[in-house]
Design a protein around this ligand. Sequence first.
Ligand code: 6PG
Length: 252
Amino acid sequence: MDRTIQLFPDVAAIAQHAAGIFVDAARQAVRDRGIFRVAMAGGSTPKALHAVLLSDSFRSQLPFDKMQFFFGDERHVPPDHADSNYRMVNETFFSKTPVKPDQIFRIKAELQDAEKAALDYEQVLKTKFTLKLGELPRFDLMLLGMGNEGHTLSLFPGTTALRDNGRLVVRTWVGKLYTERITCTAPIANNSAAILFMIAGADKAPALKAVLEGPYEPDQLPTQYIKPSNGKLIFLVDSAAGGMLSKNLATT
Ligand code: 6PG
């Protein structure tokens, strides 16, 4: 597996580096296939990346008209809700770009039945990636974060979303948050051309050490399920989250 782990002093430095990776991936995909398809992440860490992408030097390099935006997961709320991942990305990125609504494919988490929302998004992916039976979408880039107990996407420890049942997108009951989520499954993530984790904060240090240096126990630490089969895996980590890692594991 092509894995890189890099340590940075803070989120701002992670975002600067991530923006370079984002732009390079976009330009490369457009050169190769005329389109760049990226899965955006929720949570709070991506906001810093969005701000850097909007700055003059990066913005001018992005092929906005040839980009399609997807989501790795969504909270079970309408798109205008404070917890919505779509709302966060829209406010901090889409709304400040020339990207048109028909380039954005969000998860319809306003549907009361989360299973319907999952099946609907699965269909969106099948159509947009013109998938044949059994095929998986291949994102040019998937942005990911990690929770302090090792979850990524909405793949939480001990939940049914971790079972590989051939689905691309599933609804998942997250008991500890008393809520449903809708999430892409690990096989989709693992079919990406590149996966970029941005991980910041001291609360994540033990889980990150366990994910990268502990035994393979992915049902406890779902981030361990993320291992692209034919793609790059990049961890950009701040010094707080990376504080427990062994010296030789990461480059600075
Ligand atoms: C979500 C995410 C989730 C997130 C991590 C990290 O919907 O919350 O998709 O997997 O990436 O929890 O979140 P932070 O960036 O806020 O630490």
